[in-house]
Write a protein that binds this ligand. Structure first.
Ligand SMILES: [Zn+2]
Length: 160
């Protein structure tokens, strides 16, 4: 792939409203590395990596747990849904309209897709877990299922 342009930097997590809906309000920055290029088929693509530390809520006690997100992705920039369907499976389609790419939204999507379905404290650090070790109760049978990353993906695709 011809490397046309490289970009790296920090993106403020507090600016990501959709991430906040999925994962609660965040602070700090995501660190991103992006290579913009053109693949062998002439498709414009972005190879990226992003890292962030999010505060997600523990499914047992609902207190925050620091969760490290580390994601590699490969995006194919397309101008229509038809072209998106032709992308190789290695690429996630990103719709570019009028040459405008909303990079922040793309990075936010990547973070949302990288969210773990469920997070827990280590048992020794979780107050509820400690209590349950004594009472012997089943932990999470009554808690609603978390949002699956695939549901999120469907929502995002529905918007393209
Ligand atoms: Zn906990």
């Amino acid at each position: 792939m011809a490397r046309a342009e490289h970009l790296e930097g920090l993106v403020a997590l507090a600016d990501m409203a959709r991430l906040a809906e999925q994962a609660g309000a965040q602070s700090g920055d995501a660190r991103v590395w992006l290579d913009f290029g053109i693949d062998a088929q002439g498709c414009r693509e972005i190879c990226g990596h992003l890292e962030a530390e999010l505060q997600l809520s523990c499914r047992r006690c609902l207190e925050p747990v620091a969760q490290r997100i580390d994601s590699d992705f490969r995006l194919g920039m397309v101008t229509s849904d038809a072209l998106a369907a032709e992308l190789p499976g290695t690429h996630e389609p990103v719709l570019v309209e009028n040459e405008q790419l909303n990079l922040l939204a793309v990075l936010e999507d990547e973070l949302i897709l990288s969210l773990p379905q469920v997070v827990y404290h280590d048992e020794a650090e979780c107050p509820v877990s400690r209590d349950q070790l004594h009472s012997g109760e089943a932990s999470d049978a009554s808690i609603d299922s978390p949002v699956s990353p695939f549901d999120v993906l469907r929502q995002i695709k529905g918007k393209l």
